[in-house]
Design a protein around this ligand. Structure first.
Ligand SMILES: Nc1ncnc2c1ncn2[C@@H]1O[C@H](COP(=O)(O)OP(=O)(O)OP(=O)(O)O)[C@@H](O)[C@H]1O
Ligand SMILES: [Zn+2]
Length: 591
């Protein structure tokens, strides 16, 4: 249900009038009281403790203003600490991120404008009032699925093994929160699931509620955009209030990025700030062992406000990626359970043909095929239905045939990732390679993850050198296989990482003879850091030497590189055992 623009405008105008009037009264009050009290930071903290502070205006200046509960305006030193805002919010203090006052003339002229617009608004408002109340009541509703009706279980979520495991932990907590309370364990209150659309984030959250047998409340961040002033925050509060009355539950917030975008100070949106603050306050408000878990979903983790990711909030972040071929096979199996598939459909083969499909697209593929079969009154869903459905599904979002374009890209990615994996195994076998994949993730085109034993206090020069070589290996593989002219932008993160390591070695750690035992940041007092031409040329020389050395190493092991690539193209994801098998059997053969 969408209301028409003009009515929205009327409502907005009305609200501005009301807000303006209130603002003016407050302003006059504030100014009448204009002997601003200067308090020391310690006095201020005491007042916070005693809950005597009602509002603080956070500005990037030496002094900040605020209002005590009794209405007195005060100024105190701006501590400029990172957690200051959080501390205020935790103490239930209203935080406004702009200045407290304007000049009187400003206020008066604003009031004049408001009165004129308000008059117009009032005139038009009569017809709108009905609509308004309907809108208000809609906005305070949210999707609440009672416990008995959350039927989703983990069996319905295919693939996503890591995400599932991480969510599975929480089931036990929701079932027996007391158990954890007894040990004083701090349980995550919030989990962020991030990944591309249609990969099963909502499904996982529902499965958590389903498995734990608790109610499921769902809202979407985008519902709060263009909402009327103050309503978003109110809605959050009423959501949590309702949830708390029920006791244990899962609260799901889809598209959290609509609420919690990084604030850049320019495009600050007061309304979404207010809603976000309400959310953060509610989340710090509930008792750790009440058994409420908030799950939020987003397609992009990197755009989220850091305030959301701090401990005690959404401190667990779980990636939900696109499915690899094995996961696609499982998803197809889950969704064909109730469908009369013809014998000649091989779901394993279909999984191979649906590279880059999300879970939702696979579901839709089978569904479209079923609809076609039903229309024709066919006995089974057969290959012709699947074929037609395939094009309906991919035509839905882009005209090009994905399977064709992706073929070349897939191969490039495979060589690139195989390069990283091979070099790791060759020069730093003590490193664990947990996963190599060619399925794109939010972090980039391919995926390569390496675990270096974390319990080390120091890194040796040798290890740093190895890490540079590993980072360069993706590009090197591309260059060897496709030629210097055809290298791609796929290595940009790798180059960044390698550059960071090499500059740290030369500039900070005294690991380069020519540059010497100098910390160049200290030497230059923070100015024109690293512009020393000697430093630059040393970094370049080291990088070039390592590049050539690694390239030679790879050229000597091209057969292994090719084998890893072929297996990657087939299975899309390899784990450590797969890699070891290839490398071991090769080594044995060489003996
Ligand atoms: N891993 C999966 N296993 C089984 N079905 C899946 C899976 N992923 C997605 N689906 C199917 O796709 C549908 C949509 O998935 P869901 O709404 O959970 O995706 P989402 O990640 O929340 O997407 P969005 O980011 O668009 O909100 C599910 O209802 C289910 O039918
Ligand atoms: Zn790479």
């Amino acid at each position: 249900m969408k209301i028409k623009m003009d009515k929205k405008l009327i409502i907005a105008v009305l609200l501005i009038v009301i807000a303006g009037a209130i603002g003016f009264v407050l302003y006059v009050q504030t100014n009448a009281n204009s002997d601003v009290k200067e308090v020391s930071y310690n006095e201020f903290l005491e007042a916070v403790e005693a809950r005597q502070v009602s509002t603080v205006y956070l500005v990037d200046e030496a002094k900040i203003k605020g209002i005590f509960s009794d209405g007195t305006v005060f100024v105190t030193d701006n501590p400029r600490t990172e957690n200051f805002k959080e501390m205020l919010l935790k103490n239930q203090i209203k935080v406004e991120e702009h200045k407290a006052n304007a000049t009187l003339t400003n206020a008066l002229s604003t009031l004049g404008v408001i009165l004129v617009i308000g008059g117009m608004g009032l005139y038009l408002s009569k017809q709108a009032s009905k609509q308004t109340s309907r809108e208000f009541s809609r906005m305070s509703n949210f999707e609440a699925i009672p416990q008995e009706e959350v039927k989703v279980t983990f069996a319905q979520v295919a693939g996503n093994a890591e995400a599932k495991e991480s969510i599975l932990d929480l089931v036990d907590f929701l079932r027996y929160p007391e158990k954890y309370g007894k040990y004083g364990a701090r349980i995550p209150r919030g989990v962020i699931l991030y990944g591309p659309p249609g990969t099963g984030k909502t499904l996982l959250a529902k499965a958590l509620a389903g498995e734990a047998g608790v109610p499921f409340y769902a809202v979407s961040g985008s519902d709060f955009i263009q909402i009327y002033a103050g309503l978003g925050a109110g809605r959050i509060r009423s959501l949590f209030k309702k949830a708390r009355e029920k006791g244990k539950c899962v609260i799901f917030i889809d598209e959290i990025d609509a609420l919690g975008k990084k604030r850049d100070g320019i495009n600050g949106n007061d309304e979404s700030d207010r809603t976000l603050n309400a959310l953060l306050t509610e989340m710090s408000g509930f008792n750790e062992n009440e058994g409420i878990i908030v799950i939020a979903a987003t397609n992009r983790l990197d755009t989220l406000d850091d305030a959301l990711l701090r401990p005690g909030r959404f401190d667990r972040q779980v990636e939900v990626g696109l499915p690899d071929v094995k996961a696609r096979h499982q998803i197809l199996q889950v969704h064909s359970r109730q469908k009369p598939l013809s014998q000649n459909i091989d779901l394993g083969k279909l999984a191979h043909q649906t590279v880059y499909f999300s879970g939702a697209e696979l579901e839709s593929l089978l569904n479209e095929a079923a609809i076609l079969a039903a229309k024709q009154g066919a006995q089974h869903i057969d290959l012709s239905h699947i074929d037609k459905a395939y094009y309906t599904v991919i035509a839905g979002e882009e005209k090009k045939d994905r399977s064709m374009i992706s073929k070349k890209d897939r191969e490039i990615t495979a060589y690139h990732e195989a390069g990283h994996a091979l070099v790791t195994k060759l020069i730093a076998p003590e490193n664990r390679v947990t996963k190599v994949t060619i399925i794109p993730s939010t972090k980039g085109a391919g995926g390569f993850s390496m675990n270096i034993p974390p319990d080390r206090m120091y890194r040796s020069k040798q290890e740093m050198v190895h890490n540079i070589q590993i980072a360069l290996a993706g590009r090197i593989a591309e260059e060897i296989v496709y030629g210097e002219e055809n290298i791609t932008t796929g290595a940009s993160n790798d180059i960044e990482k390698a550059t960071e390591i090499v500059t740290a070695m030369v500039k900070h750690f005294g690991m380069n003879k020519k540059a010497g035992m100098i910390n160049y940041d200290v030497l230059y007092g923070g100015r024109s850091v690293g512009m020393d031409s000697e430093v630059i040329s040393e970094c370049r020389r080291i990088m070039e030497e390592l590049y050539q050395e690694t390239k030679q190493l790879m050229e000597e092991h091209m057969n292994i590189l090719k084998e890893i690539t072929a297996l990657l193209l087939d299975k899309e994801t390899l784990n450590e055992e797969d890699l070891n098998e290839i490398i071991f059997s090769r080594e044995k053969a060489a003996i």
